[in-house]
Design a binder for this molecule. Sequence first.
Ligand code: PLP
Length: 407
Amino acid sequence: MTDRQLPAGLHPDTLAVRTAVDRSQYGENSEALYLTSGYVQPTAQASARRFAGEEDGYTYGRTGNPTVTSFEQRLAAMEGTEAAMATASGMAAVMLMCFSLLRAGDHVIYSQSMFGSTMKLIGSEFARFGVESTSVSQTDVDAWRAAVRPTTKLLFAETPTNPLTEVCDIAALADIAHKAGALLCVDNCFATPALQRPVTLGADIVMHSGTKFLDGQGRVMAGALCAPEAMVRDKFLPVQKNAGMVLSPFNAWVVLKGLETLNIRLKAQSAAALDIARWLEQHPAVSRVFYPGLPSHPQYALAMRQMSGVGGAVLSFDVKAADAAQARARAFHVLDSLQVLSLCTNLGDTKTLLAHPASTSHGKLSEAQRQAAGIGQGLIRLAVGLEHLDDMKADLLRGLDTLNSIQ
Ligand SMILES: *Cc1c(COP(=O)(O)O)cnc(C)c1O
């Protein structure tokens, strides 16, 4: 199937709703879900040409599927890249990128505030195969520059980060990467193309966990790499064909439909997050709020420039306490007092989700490592959904206003 013919110059909002492969002969308005693992070949000759790569056409589910292609084309259009490759999860996207671009002896620089599994995959798993890496401060541009080696092939950052919403300067990192002859990949999971398009700032690859805001309703796992056409065709596709970390057509269809509402969801959820961040900053039981949309955020100006003037839909806050034990008890009290919002390890859902990083995503670190990372026992992450603001605040107050009861 070929690209649906759309006029040039359409806006991202339109592309998010309209980009897909051609309609089938039935004229469906909502994109079809093609649940098939194989494809009937018109002739043996055509089949041979397709397997030889001399002719377009689907052959087998591990090498392509029209519903998956629609998702890839739509996400690429929204990110402003030539192409994209879908994967089974966000981590499968990181895996595919490293597998496709790196070999033993190559060096990767990544932010020490990245998603935990990303750091483990690069820093531990790929190290077993001779890939070297250095982790540096998310916000210290000089540290990134100083870490460059002659063998550096990839710089990898995520912005804003989880859970402290640290923002890095994409354009500055792209400059460092390109001067070193390396590539910059940005994990755009938190901001999404609705707020931030890393390739317009010089990034070469955009990585996504489709599990988060792209799906937007917490239903399926998905991932993707958005990149130049030649990189997708010559680097990612040959590995994906053999490694098989493919996105299922059903999950692709769910995320494809999620992309249609991404812009309005993210803007509405971000507006609510800003309101809650300001409100929490005033609450006497809260010592600090981490949110790129607040002037108190250390990279506020950069974040506003880079993220369309919007802070995103995820924030974290510290509950005031005398020591770590009290902080943990207080954070648990706030979480256990919820009656509406969910205690749930995910984000980017229409339902507001709260998590306690120190005992979940960062639970395996030592207390000293957690302190160094700024992830205290009183820290709560809040991924703001679409409930009414008054109901969200009332639910948070159930715990925040009764902390004295647990002393
Ligand atoms: C969730 C997440 C990932 C991993 O994605 P999965 O779909 O869970 O594999 C990577 N990066 C960030 C920032 C995430 O939040």
